[in-house]
Ligand binder design. Structure first.
Ligand code: AMP
Ligand code: GLY
Length: 453
């Protein structure tokens, strides 16, 4: 590409992740289109009213608008083969092919790749029928397991089960509930891993990888990690649970072997490789791979990324990632707090006017990435569950959290809510690390005498 100033980029999707990508690409000098986008993307790009599922219409739009590079946000179009369709039409697109996206689209395929790359993950068994899974659970020892549908189930196909009874119930749900009809062609039963969950993403061209700073997401709906699973209620970066040594270890033992195993299996992976990891006492293990940026992790990463995203994605698409300098990041930390509609993660209230967006965005180092929003005249109204992510950067994690919640306080919509404890696990870990360092540095003192009386 001659000059980024003349580069036209199409971002596919309509969530907070896509707003963050469009925002950053526009700052990098690209002329950005988003399909279909939301009220937030309309402020930094041009929205095209095309659904991410309508691949022929997206190809046609990219040709007609002379798009130089397309970036795909959500997994569904990747698994449906959008990269194959664009490539066949001679269009440049950043992301994995349909077959490579099976790393996210099929948990059984993912396990096969992990096995081939000798990548640490939970032990598992795979079953082609609920009857077989049921029989296995009846026969094995009664220990905690996780029951998973093989295919994409929008985060709903995973059941963490404390005992056999719960596991049998989960298998029955997968077999009987029509929403799992497509996803439950295969059923996995795997050992439950215990530890701290973190997210590590890398951009790869199939050969070279650029590992991004580690994050922690908050998937449970309510404070203290209670309540139902969601798409993610907030994220922060970098997480102190993953220091430089552990990140290097994750790169060497998990990310690089996965990229190599994919290439050796003739399904080279290009795009964002997102590892959902459990930090267990035996070291980091893979819970899942995603084939795209996380949401809301992407919002935090884009707020922190100082160097050009466009340059990275461009180079990865041209399979010359080794030629670009490593990305540079703002110092300090970033925090994104998701504000959700009443009812989420169940059926959400919609159509509520949102107030205070301008006031929140006017705060220094606060960016409001919109997700389920639509403009109606002069107002922006809610259109779904996760409405927006208030994202802040500051010199420390504690300050970034404070700044993000200062932004949250400016924003109001009927029934709107958020978790109040985003980043707290990281802050507690920082305190524990400091205390351990202080204890190690302190000179050994004689034991204090017992208090008399
Ligand atoms: P997945 O879609 O496979 O990442 O699973 C969704 C969530 O289920 C993860 O974010 C974890 O919190 C939990 N989970 C998945 N697999 C396991 C496992 N083997 N042990 C414990 N928790 C798990
Ligand atoms: N925030 C988790 C995900 O994007 O899958």
């Amino acid at each position: 590409m001659a000059s980024h100033a003349s580069c036209r980029v199409l971002v596919i999707g309509s969530g907070g992740r896509e707003h963050a990508l469009a925002w950053k690409l526009a700052r990098d000098g690209a002329d950005v289109l988003v399909a279909p986008g939301n009220a937030g993307t309309a402020e930094v790009a041009e929205n095209l009213p095309i659904s991410p599922g309508d691949i022929p219409a997206l190809v046609a739009a990219a040709q007609e608008r002379q798009v130089d590079l397309t970036v795909v946000g959500p997994e569904a179009p990747l698994v449906a083969g959008i990269v194959d369709a664009f490539t066949a039409a001679g269009l440049r697109i950043f992301g994995p092919t349909r077959r490579a996206a099976q790393l996210e689209g099929s948990k059984i395929f993912c396990k096969q790749i992990l096995h081939r790359g000798d990548v640490p993950t939970a032990m598992f068994r795979e079953f082609r029928s609920a009857v077989a899974a049921h029989r296995y659970l009846e026969e094995r020892e009664d220990t905690p397991v996780v029951v998973k549908a093989d295919g994409l189930a929008a985060g709903k196909g995973v059941f963490v089960c404390p005992d056999r009874e719960a596991a049998l119930a989960a298998v029955a749900t997968l077999a009987d509930d029509p929403q799992f009809a497509a996803a439950a062609g295969g059923i996995l039963v795997e050992e439950r891993l215990d530890g701290v969950e973190v997210s590590v993403m890398a951009i790869t061209d199939g050969r070279t990888i650029v590992t991004l700073p580690p994050l922690q997401d908050h998937k449970a709906a309510h404070d203290g990690d209670r309540g139902p699973n969601t798409g993610g209620m907030g994220a922060y970066c970098p997480t102190p649970f993953v220091g430089a040594d552990l990140l290097a270890d994750i790169e060497a033992r998990i990310l690089v072997p996965t990229v190599h195993a994919m290439r050796r299996s003739k399904v080279a992976f290009h795009g964002v490789l997102y590892a959902g990891l459990m930090l267990t006492p035996q070291g980091p293990k893979v819970l899942e791979f995603n084939a795209r940026f996380g949401d809301p992790e992407c919002q935090v990463l884009m707020a922190l990324l100082d160097s050009s995203l466009l340059e990275l994605l461009d180079a990865a698409t041209d399979r010359r990632l080794e030629t670009v300098s490593p990305p540079s990041w703002r110092s300090g930390a970033g925090v994104a707090v998701v504000m959700a509609s009443e009812g989420y993660p169940g059926p959400a209230e919609t159509g509520c006017p949102i107030r205070g967006l301008a006031a929140a965005s006017a705060l220094e180092d606060v960016t409001v990435f919109q997700a389920a929003t639509r403009r109606e005249g002069d107002t922006i109204v809610t259109t779904g569950g996760r409405v927006l992510a208030v994202t802040a950067v500051d010199s420390s994690l504690g300050r970034a959290k404070l700044r993000a919640y200062t932004g949250v306080r400016e924003i109001r919509f009927a029934g709107g809510w958020c978790r109040k404890d985003i980043a707290d696990k990281g802050l507690n870990q920082e305190r524990a690390m400091l205390a351990a360092e202080a204890a190690a540095a302190a000179p050994a003192e004689p034991a204090a005498p017992e208090a008399a009386g």
